[in-house]
Write a protein that binds this ligand. Sequence first.
Ligand SMILES: [Ca+2]
Ligand SMILES: [Ca+2]
Length: 170
Amino acid sequence: MINRAIGLRGRARHALLRAFAIVMASAFAVVLLAAQPAAAEQRCTGAATSNVCLTIDSVGSGIYRVTIGIDFYMSKLEADGIINATNGAPFSASVFADDTTGWLFSVPVVTIGSSDEFGLGADFVITVPRVWLDEDLGTQVDEVFGRIRLNDTRMGLIRSFNTPQIAQAF
Ligand SMILES: [Ca+2]
Ligand SMILES: [Ca+2]
């Protein structure tokens, strides 16, 4: 419950800070989905330097919406520097299994933002068939997590951020 509360707070903050009405509407929809107990599972790191979340919603008919989000705390100036130095594409994200195959699928970025409040932020979303998440085949519980890679031009290196794991029988 602590993790969920942190995640929702991060989403709400996103919604308040983003200027574009479409982005606000989509972030609000994520909050509504996450508030329905049976519909979504969310885990967030809630770390001091960044908050990284994985959310998996069932949208019916064996289809799941997978959302990965990050707030990497820094000044807006630093965040804009990273965004500009990477031609607007500082991030990539994928979902991994805890064992066996490892990498499962890529998750495309849908929003990138910067502010002094949340730093450098991004959301990644994809809808996938159930079998893509079924990393331990059949009824065995599956353990999946998200990993975001950031081309951090301040340090001249690639940084990785892992979400916590979601364990569920997909
Ligand atoms: Ca399974
Ligand atoms: Ca596993």
